[in-house]
Design a protein around this ligand. Structure first.
Ligand SMILES: Cc1cc2nc3c(=O)[nH]c(=O)nc-3n(C[C@H](O)[C@H](O)[C@H](O)COP(=O)(O)OP(=O)(O)OC[C@H]3O[C@@H](n4cnc5c(N)ncnc54)[C@H](O)[C@@H]3O)c2cc1C
Length: 382
């Protein structure tokens, strides 16, 4: 008789409700909604240099790169309003504040042309219901004495806060683990299979077991290879953003200060600030450049001259995922019935959890909520 070797473990087959591929904010936000609904969830990770979520400045600005008729504006405003609830939910389970602080955001203008842009923004943004105030020069300087004296005016948004992105992601991860969500590192994507009853599943191996998931969501950011047709270039591409963290003991900034263009300064920790950022269509090059960092420093010094003597502590670059029409892509793909949440571009930290929630509702009810229907992969024409 052959004796069984106790060391040789039989491969177990484990059933899951959902597998999520990618652990940036889109993946974690989606996992959160499914976990809250009591589903058995696994997040598959793969370390890629340049993950956007870890690199983000964490400003919760619903107006960034959006005009009054931008289709995503109502969703972005709704995500901003729900953010304090989201933080409270995370805090209840983890005990931490997820790096959230609501000390307001201020856009400032230095030239007549910039003032004109700000005035136009103020006119339409005050009709959106988001709290905002027009600030004259002396009001800007009174609120933030560090801002350059040549400032002409500003718009102040008291309800627009920020999160420290790495802390925010860590907190969501802790939340998910405490609520039973599983994480695994894999080298290969799950593949669609049909079981004996003719039901489609997604199969993959991890940690010596075989997993069969009823549904799958791809949240692979800039690395997403999805295209509606074979041999056509992917619908997503990377947009590099560089940022640096500086120490500046002499400066006491409370509010996030943003120029009319892309420069901003975010109060990060005591005497520590994040300076951002670049917007570069430079392919998969997730490294910082001298030119990029100089541009960021110049932009920050124009906003707050004291940053001239700031000491750099860290620098990084992340690859923001953008779709060809610059809007998110959310919903079911033709590719084996998997779902997609991607293209969050410059607003993933603000939108990730809200869009993940809406997508999860759509998957569980087998009908996407009306508000995300315009972002269906079905809209993609080559
Ligand atoms: C400098 C900078 C500043 C920003 N500032 C802000 C801001 O202030 N506010 C804001 O809201 N947004 C901001 N953003 C944008 C925000 O970071 C992105 O929109 C968001 O992070 C995109 O999230 P994602 O999950 O789609 O992609 P990512 O965060 O890139 O996540 C994708 C994940 O998928 C993984 N992956 C890839 N391939 C595979 C695979 N085959 N298997 C498993 N996993 C895989 C990657 O490793 C990664 O973890 C900023 C971005 C940058 C770069």
């Amino acid at each position: 008789m052959i004796k069984k070797n106790p060391q040789v473990r039989r491969r177990k087959t484990v059933a899951l409700d959902i597998v999520i591929v990618g652990s940036g904010i889109a993946g974690l936000g989606t996992a959160m909604a499914f976990t809250d609904a009591g589903k058995k969830v696994m997040v598959l990770e793969k370390k890629m240099t340049g993950e956007a979520s870890q690199a983000a400045a964490g400003i919760l600005d619903p107006f960034l790169e959006r005009g009054p008729r931008h289709p995503l504006l109502p969703l972005a405003i709704s995500a901003l309003r729900k953010f304090p609830q989201l933080i409270q939910k995370i805090r209840k389970v983890t005990g931490g504040d997820a790096g959230y602080r609501c000390a307001g955001l201020m856009y400032v203008a230095f030239t007549p042309a910039e003032e004109k842009i700000l005035r136009a923004k103020y006119r339409w943004q005050k009709k959106t219901g988001v709290a905002l105030r027009w600030l004259k020069r002396h009001e800007v300087v009174k609120r933030e004495p560090g801002v350059c004296g040549s400032v002409r005016c500003g718009i102040y948004y008291p309800g627009i806060g920020r999160v420290i992105a790495p802390d925010f992601l860590r907190s969501i991860r802790t939340y998910l683990i405490k609520k039973g969500c599983l994480f695994r590192t894999v080298s290969r994507d799950p593949r669609p299979v049909t079981d004996q009853k003719g039901v489609k599943r997604f199969m993959f191996g991890a940690g010596g077991n075989t997993y069969l998931a009823a549904d799958m969501v791809f949240t692979r950011g800039a690395w997403e290879k999805y295209s509606p047709k074979k041999n056509v270039r992917p619908w997503f591409r990377p947009v590099r953003g560089q940022a640096l963290i500086v120490r500046m003991p002499r400066c006491k900034l409370m509010t996030t200060v943003h120029s009319v263009r892309s420069a901003y300064v975010v109060p990060w920790q005591k005497s520590v600030y994040l300076l951002g950022s670049t917007v570069e269509f430079s392919g998969f090059r997730p490294h910082t450049t001298r030119a990029g960092l100089c541009r960021i420093r110049d932009g920050a010094q124009r906003l707050v001259p004291a940053f001239r003597s700031a000491r750099m502590i860290r620098k990084w670059a992340g690859l923001r995922p953008i779709s060809r029409d610059r809007l998110p892509v959310i919903g079911r793909t033709g590719a084996g019935g998997a779902y997609l949440l991607n293209g969050l571009y410059r607003s993933g930290i603000l939108l990730g959890c809200e869009l993940g929630r809406l997508l999860s509702h759509g998957i569980m009810r087998r009908k996407m909520p009306k508000i995300i229907e315009p972002y269906s992969p079905g809209r993609i024409k080559i």
